[in-house]
Design a protein around this ligand. Structure first.
Ligand code: SF4
Length: 254
């Protein structure tokens, strides 16, 4: 029996709210695996909500974050604020130096504007994440269904087929990906942040909604979708950085 079989969310009592559902899922994620074999991927507002919920449950979670070398100063400050506010260790994962060196030497520092973001995200994000996930049985993300067209079908938990092959140790067991906020809306997140005084990235007060690397993120206008500020020169169906490229496959197959 895999952890995926342990709780059937469709059989949960209907009185459960999304918040209760999220708590249950976090509890399942953090108690079904050996210590050190599950971790939370942290970068944005949703992930701090998850850290806040975990601490309110009296549980502990390992947290990691990807330092691409191209983040805003405000984002580095935010990561440290979260670390201090929650007394939460955050493991920073660094880019693949050989891959970045080769890319920059051959194509410069801004090739993503010409060639698309895949190559740069590959060496700055996907490679370090792949190494990290090779040591895990499960990971937790803050993805939401209403974030973009590529995330409309995100389940509460799934088998991560994209990174499952990262570990010889884990074969043939699945790599499980928990998305406990998948059914939350943006309004749910920000209501929670205000009610619980959760720290957030100062860039949100400057019109930024979805925040990634500095050269690939811009603020959005009042009627623009939140992901419009990410890789704005590319089509909406391509706006995943490789961390969740399974979402793109799902959209193509839908
Ligand atoms: S978001 Fe932009 S700068 Fe960051 S890794 Fe991807 S392409 Fe490179």
């Amino acid at each position: 029996m895999t952890p995926l079989d342990q709780v059937n969310l469709s059989e949960l009592p209907s009185k459960n709210t999304r918040l209760e559902q999220t708590r249950l899922l976090l509890q399942e994620a953090l108690t079904s695996f050996e210590p050190g074999r599950v971790a939370l991927s942290f970068s944005g507002a949703e992930d701090v909500v998850l850290i806040d919920l975990v601490q309110a449950l009296g549980l502990k979670v390992d947290v990691f974050s990807l330092d691409t070398g191209r983040l805003h100063e405000e984002t580095y400050q935010f990561i440290d604020t979260v670390r201090e506010h929650y007394r939460q260790p955050i493991e920073m994962l660094y880019l693949d130096p050989a891959g970045v060196q080769t890319l920059v030497k051959e194509k410069g520092l801004f090739s993503f504007y010409r060639d698309g973001h895949g190559e740069c995200c590959g060496v700055r994000k996907v490679a370090p994440l792949r190494s990290k996930l090779a040591k895990l049985d499960a990971w937790i993300t803050g993805q939401r269904q209403d974030q973009s067209i590529t995330r409309g079908n995100i389940p509460l938990r799934e088998e991560d087929t994209n990174f499952a092959g990262s570990s010889a140790e884990r074969q043939p067991s699945a790599l499980i990906k928990f998305n406990p906020l998948s059914e939350w809306t943006s309004a749910d997140i920000w209501n929670y942040i205000r009610e619980h005084e959760v720290p957030y990235n100062a860039l949100h007060d400057q019109g930024f909604v979805s925040i990634g690397c500095q050269p690939c993120t811009r603020s959005v206008g009042p009627f623009e979708h939140e992901r419009a500020g990410r890789w704005w020169w590319e089509e909406a169906t391509k706006k995943e950085c490789g961390l969740h490229s399974q979402n793109i496959i799902n959209v193509v197959q839908a």
